[in-house]
Design a protein around this ligand. Structure first.
Ligand SMILES: [Zn+2]
Length: 300
């Protein structure tokens, strides 16, 4: 894990070695680093809201994972809070033409959000969101946004609700930045899928068959979404896809190098695709769901 630690900057290295943990029941105990720092200032109408007036707002740095309409004026927003984990909240009025959220709720926007927990309700109330970092180019380009959609769908599937995941937070941010910077999702998406599998603890051995243990050597390995491993030519099922030696070497590079230091032109597109396909298959196998967004991928 040493290299991933390095790519995620020098700060907060204690997170490494931390794997995605299995989902467990929601509870306030899993959001220890959320700071309750100020009181709701929104003007509430009605006497019943007097109590809520004093309910403290929480603040967290966050990545917007997804939004969908709620009624005529509101949006439900799924976000990954750095200090809260993945949460869902209501952004009241966000569908109105002029609203206080502006462009902060775009796919994978990096924001600071203020929200209020609502007793007995699963959805928090999002009061305010400030843009920390814009990925406007990727968000507004159809081809690039198909890449962002894959990141978003996978994050929604693998991240348990309300569990802090610093490695995934940094991985998503790094990959989104790189899609924006390169104007291309090929390599960033392969990197994202590979590291998601790795952080999930789902990576098979790349040097020998998961079934008979025979070393692959220079031969291709094989995989599909119905099996978690990598198989030799003898053990493979008929419709498994190959992972050539070059794609395995790319996996080694991903393990040891930061994405922003890997030049697009130094990597074969075929290897990046093979490794991405394998990683997506392992994700599907482990979450027991079919991903829908990879089929929509379009190059810009
Ligand atoms: Zn075998």
């Amino acid at each position: 894990m040493a290299s991933f630690l390095e790519f995620l900057d020098e700060e907060d290295s204690e997170f490494f070695g931390a794997k995605l943990r299995p989902a467990r029941a929601c509870g306030k105990s899993v959001v220890p680093r959320v700071r309750a720092f100020r009181t709701v200032r929104t003007c509430w109408s009605g006497a019943a809201s007097a109590r809520r007036l004093l309910m403290p707002a929480r603040e967290t740095e966050a990545i917007i994972l997804k939004t969908f309409p709620l009624g005529e004026a509101d949006r439900v927003v799924s976000f990954l809070g750095r200090s809260s984990g993945r949460m869902r909240g209501v952004a009241a009025g966000a569908r109105r033409l002029k609203n206080r959220f502006g462009s902060t709720l775009e796919l994978l926007s990096h924001v600071q959000v203020w929200y209020v927990e609502r007793e007995t309700r699963e959805l928090v109330r999002i009061q305010q969101a400030d843009l920390l970092e814009s990925f406007h180019k990727a968000q507004s380009d159809y081809g690039l946004s198909t890449g962002l959609a894959v990141v978003s769908e996978i994050a929604e599937l693998v991240l348990p609700e309300r569990e802090v995941s610093e490695p995934m937070f940094r991985l998503i941010l790094l990959v989104t930045r790189e899609i924006e910077r390169r104007g291309n999702w090929e390599l960033p998406l392969s990197y994202f899928a590979f590291w998601t599998v790795r952080l999930g603890g789902w990576l098979p051995r790349f040097d020998r068959c998961s079934s008979c243990q025979k070393a692959f050597g220079a031969d291709a390995a094989f995989c599909d979404r119905r099996h978690g491993g990598l198989y030799c030519n003898q053990c493979r099922r008929a419709d498994m896809k190959p992972l050539q030696r070059e794609a395995s070497e790319l996996a080694e590079r991903f393990t040891g190098e930061r994405l922003d230091r890997i030049a697009t032109e130094k990597v074969s597109v075929a290897s990046a695709r093979e490794l991405r396909a394998a990683a997506l298959a392992w994700i599907e196998f482990n979450v027991e769901r079919r991903l829908t967004t990879p089929e929509l991928l379009e190059t810009a």
